[in-house]
Design a protein around this ligand. Sequence first.
Ligand code: PGA
Length: 249
Amino acid sequence: MSRPLIYAANWKMNHGPGAARSFMARFLAVTEPAPERALWFFPPAVSLTPVAEAASARPDIRVGAQNVHWEPKGAFTGEVSIPMVQEAGARVVLTGHSERRHLFGETDEQVARKAVAVLKAGLQPLACLGETLAEREGGRTEHAILRQLDPLLDKVPPADWARLVLAYEPVWAIGTGRNATPDDAAQVHELIRFTVGRRGVPGRVPILYGGSVNAGNVLALLARPELDGVLVGGASLDADGWAELVGLG
Ligand code: PGA
Protein backbone atom coordinates (compact mmCIF):
# COMPACT_ATOMS: atom_id res chain seq x y z
CA MET A 1 0.00 0.00 0.00
CA SER A 2 1.41 3.32 -1.02
CA ARG A 3 0.26 5.78 1.66
CA PRO A 4 2.17 5.97 4.96
CA LEU A 5 0.69 3.53 7.47
CA ILE A 6 1.02 3.39 11.25
CA TYR A 7 0.93 0.04 13.00
CA ALA A 8 0.47 0.67 16.71
CA ALA A 9 0.86 -2.06 19.35
CA ASN A 10 -1.03 -1.50 22.60
CA TRP A 11 0.35 -4.02 25.06
CA LYS A 12 -2.02 -2.91 27.84
CA MET A 13 -1.01 -4.53 31.17
CA ASN A 14 1.31 -7.08 29.55
CA HIS A 15 5.10 -7.38 29.19
CA GLY A 16 7.11 -6.05 32.11
CA PRO A 17 10.74 -4.95 31.50
CA GLY A 18 12.15 -8.48 31.06
CA ALA A 19 9.41 -9.68 28.72
CA ALA A 20 9.57 -6.39 26.80
CA ARG A 21 13.31 -6.82 26.27
CA SER A 22 12.84 -10.38 24.97
CA PHE A 23 10.00 -9.29 22.72
CA MET A 24 12.08 -6.50 21.17
CA ALA A 25 15.13 -8.72 20.67
CA ARG A 26 13.02 -11.17 18.69
CA PHE A 27 10.96 -8.55 16.84
CA LEU A 28 14.02 -6.59 15.73
CA ALA A 29 15.72 -9.77 14.57
CA VAL A 30 12.84 -10.67 12.25
CA THR A 31 11.88 -7.23 10.87
CA GLU A 32 13.55 -4.44 8.94
CA PRO A 33 12.51 -0.83 8.51
CA ALA A 34 10.17 -0.41 5.56
CA PRO A 35 9.52 2.89 3.79
CA GLU A 36 6.10 4.35 4.48
CA ARG A 37 5.54 2.12 7.54
CA ALA A 38 5.78 3.43 11.10
CA LEU A 39 5.73 1.07 14.06
CA TRP A 40 4.48 2.47 17.34
CA PHE A 41 4.74 0.56 20.63
CA PHE A 42 2.75 1.30 23.76
CA PRO A 43 4.26 -0.83 26.54
CA PRO A 44 3.34 -0.44 30.22
CA ALA A 45 5.13 2.59 31.76
CA VAL A 46 7.75 0.44 33.51
CA SER A 47 8.78 -1.04 30.13
CA LEU A 48 9.13 2.23 28.21
CA THR A 49 12.88 2.49 28.71
CA PRO A 50 13.75 -1.09 27.71
CA VAL A 51 11.64 -0.79 24.56
CA ALA A 52 13.02 2.67 23.67
CA GLU A 53 16.60 1.49 24.25
CA ALA A 54 16.10 -1.66 22.19
CA ALA A 55 14.63 0.36 19.32
CA SER A 56 17.16 3.22 19.42
CA ALA A 57 18.75 2.19 16.11
CA ARG A 58 15.38 1.83 14.37
CA PRO A 59 14.06 5.16 13.09
CA ASP A 60 10.83 3.44 12.01
CA ILE A 61 9.93 2.66 15.64
CA ARG A 62 8.36 5.16 18.02
CA VAL A 63 7.60 4.39 21.66
CA GLY A 64 4.59 5.71 23.54
CA ALA A 65 2.91 5.75 26.94
CA GLN A 66 -0.53 4.25 27.49
CA ASN A 67 -1.61 6.98 29.89
CA VAL A 68 -0.32 10.11 31.62
CA HIS A 69 -1.55 12.75 34.04
CA TRP A 70 -2.00 16.24 32.64
CA GLU A 71 -0.05 17.90 35.47
CA PRO A 72 3.77 17.82 35.20
CA LYS A 73 4.21 16.80 38.86
CA GLY A 74 2.48 16.72 42.21
CA ALA A 75 0.60 14.66 44.78
CA PHE A 76 -1.10 12.20 42.42
CA THR A 77 -0.31 8.75 43.82
CA GLY A 78 -0.06 6.10 41.14
CA GLU A 79 0.06 8.49 38.18
CA VAL A 80 2.92 9.19 35.78
CA SER A 81 3.62 12.59 34.24
CA ILE A 82 4.42 13.58 30.69
CA PRO A 83 8.01 14.68 31.53
CA MET A 84 8.56 11.29 33.19
CA VAL A 85 7.43 9.22 30.22
CA GLN A 86 9.36 11.54 27.92
CA GLU A 87 12.52 10.92 29.94
CA ALA A 88 11.81 7.18 29.76
CA GLY A 89 11.77 7.38 25.94
CA ALA A 90 8.14 8.08 24.98
CA ARG A 91 7.39 10.32 22.01
CA VAL A 92 3.72 9.46 21.71
CA VAL A 93 0.92 9.13 24.28
CA LEU A 94 -2.36 7.24 24.02
CA THR A 95 -5.20 9.36 25.31
CA GLY A 96 -8.77 8.30 25.95
CA HIS A 97 -8.41 4.60 25.31
CA SER A 98 -11.84 3.09 25.96
CA GLU A 99 -10.47 1.05 28.87
CA ARG A 100 -9.37 4.31 30.51
CA ARG A 101 -12.77 5.85 29.81
CA HIS A 102 -14.96 2.92 30.81
CA LEU A 103 -12.97 1.06 33.48
CA PHE A 104 -11.33 4.08 35.10
CA GLY A 105 -13.98 6.72 34.52
CA GLU A 106 -12.01 9.19 32.41
CA THR A 107 -14.28 11.87 31.03
CA ASP A 108 -14.23 13.46 27.58
CA GLU A 109 -12.97 16.64 29.30
CA GLN A 110 -10.06 14.87 31.01
CA VAL A 111 -9.10 13.13 27.79
CA ALA A 112 -8.96 16.47 25.97
CA ARG A 113 -6.95 17.99 28.81
CA LYS A 114 -4.41 15.18 28.52
CA ALA A 115 -4.14 15.60 24.74
CA VAL A 116 -3.51 19.33 25.16
CA ALA A 117 -0.81 18.72 27.80
CA VAL A 118 0.86 16.10 25.59
CA LEU A 119 0.97 18.52 22.66
CA LYS A 120 2.26 21.32 24.85
CA ALA A 121 5.15 19.11 25.95
CA GLY A 122 6.07 18.48 22.31
CA LEU A 123 4.86 14.89 22.22
CA GLN A 124 2.24 13.42 19.95
CA PRO A 125 -1.17 12.27 21.20
CA LEU A 126 -2.86 9.22 19.73
CA ALA A 127 -6.38 10.11 20.77
CA CYS A 128 -8.93 7.29 20.84
CA LEU A 129 -12.66 7.56 20.17
CA GLY A 130 -15.37 4.94 19.87
CA GLU A 131 -18.97 4.10 20.59
CA THR A 132 -20.26 1.39 22.96
CA LEU A 133 -22.46 -1.48 21.79
CA ALA A 134 -25.54 0.18 23.31
CA GLU A 135 -24.75 3.39 21.46
CA ARG A 136 -24.29 1.58 18.14
CA GLU A 137 -27.42 -0.52 18.55
CA GLY A 138 -29.38 2.54 19.60
CA GLY A 139 -28.34 4.39 16.42
CA ARG A 140 -26.21 6.81 18.45
CA THR A 141 -22.77 6.08 16.97
CA GLU A 142 -22.48 9.50 15.38
CA HIS A 143 -23.61 11.22 18.55
CA ALA A 144 -21.05 9.31 20.66
CA ILE A 145 -18.20 10.08 18.29
CA LEU A 146 -19.06 13.77 18.07
CA ARG A 147 -19.43 13.99 21.86
CA GLN A 148 -15.86 12.67 22.28
CA LEU A 149 -14.46 14.72 19.43
CA ASP A 150 -15.97 18.04 20.52
CA PRO A 151 -13.82 18.74 23.61
CA LEU A 152 -10.72 17.92 21.54
CA LEU A 153 -11.80 20.36 18.83
CA ASP A 154 -12.62 22.98 21.47
CA LYS A 155 -9.28 22.69 23.27
CA VAL A 156 -6.70 21.85 20.60
CA PRO A 157 -6.00 24.81 18.27
CA PRO A 158 -6.33 23.91 14.55
CA ALA A 159 -2.58 24.29 13.88
CA ASP A 160 -1.70 21.73 16.61
CA TRP A 161 -3.80 19.08 14.89
CA ALA A 162 -0.85 18.55 12.52
CA ARG A 163 0.77 16.54 15.35
CA LEU A 164 -2.33 14.68 16.46
CA VAL A 165 -3.31 11.19 15.36
CA LEU A 166 -6.76 9.73 16.05
CA ALA A 167 -7.83 6.13 16.54
CA TYR A 168 -11.38 4.96 15.98
CA GLU A 169 -11.97 1.99 18.25
CA PRO A 170 -15.56 0.80 18.63
CA VAL A 171 -15.78 -0.42 22.23
CA TRP A 172 -17.77 -3.51 21.21
CA ALA A 173 -14.91 -4.62 18.97
CA ILE A 174 -12.08 -4.36 21.52
CA GLY A 175 -10.82 -7.71 22.73
CA THR A 176 -14.03 -9.39 21.61
CA GLY A 177 -12.91 -11.00 18.37
CA ARG A 178 -15.70 -9.05 16.67
CA ASN A 179 -14.24 -6.34 14.44
CA ALA A 180 -15.99 -3.60 12.53
CA THR A 181 -16.32 -4.33 8.83
CA PRO A 182 -14.07 -2.23 6.59
CA ASP A 183 -17.24 -0.36 5.51
CA ASP A 184 -18.30 0.36 9.13
CA ALA A 185 -14.83 1.62 9.96
CA ALA A 186 -14.50 3.71 6.78
CA GLN A 187 -17.87 5.35 7.41
CA VAL A 188 -16.90 6.53 10.90
CA HIS A 189 -13.46 7.65 9.68
CA GLU A 190 -15.22 9.78 7.08
CA LEU A 191 -17.51 11.27 9.71
CA ILE A 192 -14.53 12.15 11.90
CA ARG A 193 -12.62 13.67 8.99
CA PHE A 194 -15.61 15.68 7.81
CA THR A 195 -16.22 17.03 11.34
CA VAL A 196 -12.60 17.94 11.93
CA GLY A 197 -12.38 19.67 8.53
CA ARG A 198 -15.56 21.62 9.17
CA ARG A 199 -14.05 22.96 12.38
CA GLY A 200 -11.13 24.46 10.48
CA VAL A 201 -8.42 21.84 10.98
CA PRO A 202 -6.13 22.02 7.92
CA GLY A 203 -4.66 18.97 6.18
CA ARG A 204 -5.52 15.33 6.63
CA VAL A 205 -5.58 14.01 10.20
CA PRO A 206 -4.39 10.40 10.24
CA ILE A 207 -6.98 8.02 11.71
CA LEU A 208 -6.15 4.47 12.79
CA TYR A 209 -8.72 1.72 13.28
CA GLY A 210 -8.62 -0.53 16.33
CA GLY A 211 -10.67 -3.41 17.68
CA SER A 212 -9.84 -7.09 17.18
CA VAL A 213 -7.45 -6.42 14.30
CA ASN A 214 -5.41 -9.51 13.44
CA ALA A 215 -3.36 -10.99 10.61
CA GLY A 216 -6.54 -12.36 9.05
CA ASN A 217 -8.46 -9.08 8.75
CA VAL A 218 -5.79 -6.36 8.58
CA LEU A 219 -5.47 -6.36 4.79
CA ALA A 220 -9.19 -5.97 4.17
CA LEU A 221 -9.28 -3.08 6.65
CA LEU A 222 -6.22 -1.31 5.25
CA ALA A 223 -7.54 -1.73 1.72
CA ARG A 224 -9.86 1.15 2.62
CA PRO A 225 -8.07 4.45 1.93
CA GLU A 226 -9.96 6.09 4.83
CA LEU A 227 -7.77 4.08 7.26
CA ASP A 228 -4.20 5.22 7.95
CA GLY A 229 -3.19 2.29 10.08
CA VAL A 230 -4.26 0.08 12.94
CA LEU A 231 -4.12 0.04 16.73
CA VAL A 232 -3.76 -3.52 17.92
CA GLY A 233 -3.99 -5.11 21.37
CA GLY A 234 -4.13 -8.91 21.58
CA ALA A 235 -2.49 -9.58 18.20
CA SER A 236 0.52 -7.41 19.10
CA LEU A 237 1.63 -9.41 22.13
CA ASP A 238 3.63 -12.10 20.38
CA ALA A 239 6.79 -10.90 18.60
CA ASP A 240 6.49 -13.29 15.65
CA GLY A 241 2.76 -12.71 15.27
CA TRP A 242 3.20 -8.93 15.36
CA ALA A 243 6.08 -9.09 12.88
CA GLU A 244 3.89 -11.11 10.55
CA LEU A 245 1.00 -8.68 10.86
CA VAL A 246 3.06 -5.56 10.19
CA GLY A 247 4.72 -7.31 7.26
CA LEU A 248 1.44 -8.00 5.48
CA GLY A 249 0.62 -4.45 4.31
P1 PGA B 1 -7.66 -5.63 20.61
O1 PGA B 1 -7.40 -4.24 21.38
O2 PGA B 1 -6.85 -5.58 19.35
O3 PGA B 1 -7.20 -6.69 21.58
O4 PGA B 1 -9.14 -5.68 20.33
C1 PGA B 1 -7.30 -3.03 20.68
C2 PGA B 1 -7.12 -1.89 21.64
O5 PGA B 1 -7.67 -1.93 22.75
O6 PGA B 1 -6.41 -0.91 21.34
